[in-house]
Write a protein that binds this ligand. Structure first.
Ligand code: MG
Ligand code: MG
Length: 278
């Protein structure tokens, strides 16, 4: 049965949101499994292989990024200055790195999309700072995803969270609608103004994904034509949830597991007590 549409956006039924939540739960469970495996000496291809096997161990589930626009991996794995779309390789993680792992899952025809930046061993204060601010920006942006608000409210929440932290918002990459396809309308910018942009309606499902940089907001693409880096090679972090806009407010479809761990500080300015420091 065709779905209702609002300005080209497919509004999902409760049952469809439940189905997307099942795909989202696979990613949350995967991230919990990956956390202890993200360690010095581990190659990104080993993490990719684990992710692929884990996703496919769930009935009918497939990694949605594999082959998407020709992407060769099952997960995008981006280290330090790499922002997004890192291709799994034989490169191994080093103590103090931060690594963003971005995974899409499609099961029963419905997608979810989520990303998490992991510390590798003990990390420095700058790395902890950017991870915590980016995560806090995601939480604020998710809270803005409710009926009656606008897409601009989501970007405004990111802007307000990041202001005064010394970090830059990467504006050339955006979040998006999610549904039967991993990328649907609308675009969800991380820069916005409250009350501007497409009105948010019950049944919209959005991938909200702030990406921050320690230095410039400008980005570049490596010769592999996939890996996006910060133009000044400063550190970058990326956290992403798939979120349903419901009458009861935002419903995170990719939460739980690693996202609930209390030792992760959400404080943007104070240096975290809980992330292990060098
Ligand atoms: Mg993603
Ligand atoms: Mg996404």
């Amino acid at each position: 049965m065709p779905g209702k549409r609002a300005a080209g956006v497919h509004l999902k039924s409760k049952a469809e949101i439940e189905a997307m939540g099942r795909s989202g739960a696979i990613i949350a469970a995967l991230f919990a499994e990956l956390q202890p495996r993200v360690a010095p000496g581990v190659t990104t291809t080993a993490l990719n292989r684990f992710a692929d096997t884990f996703v496919r161990s769930h009935r009918g589930a497939v990694p949605a990024f594999k082959g998407l626009y020709g992407f060769p991996g099952s997960a995008c794995i981006s280290i330090n200055e790499e922002v997004v779309h890192g291709i799994p390789s034989r490169r191994s993680l080093k103590e103090g790195d931060i690594v963003s792992i971005d995974v899409g899952v499609k099961q029963g025809g419905w997608c979810a999309d989520s990303a998490f930046t992991f510390p590798v061993g003990e990390i420095g204060a700058e790395a902890a700072h950017i991870m915590n601010v980016t995560r806090k920006a995601l939480r604020a942006a998710v809270a803005a995803a409710r009926p009656g608000h606008h897409v601009g409210d989501i970007g405004a929440a990111v802007v307000e969270t990041v202001r005064g932290t010394g970090l830059a918002i990467i504006r050339d990459l955006v979040g998006h609608g999610v549904g039967r396809a991993i990328h649907e309308e609308p675009q969800v910018s991380n820069i916005g103004r409250r009350g501007f942009g497409m009105p948010l309606r019950e049944g919209m499902v959005l991938a909200i994904e702030p990406m921050l940089a320690m230095g410039t907001e400008r980005i570049a693409t490596l010769e592999d034509r996939w890996t996006v880096i910060t133009a000044d090679r400063s550190l970058s972090a990326h956290f992403e949830h798939t979120v349903a806009v419901t009458a009861d407010g935002p419903r995170v479809l990719t939460g739980g597991g690693i996202w609930d761990e209390p030792e992760w500080s959400m404080e943007p300015t104070a240096l975290p007590q809980d992330v292990r420091m060098r």
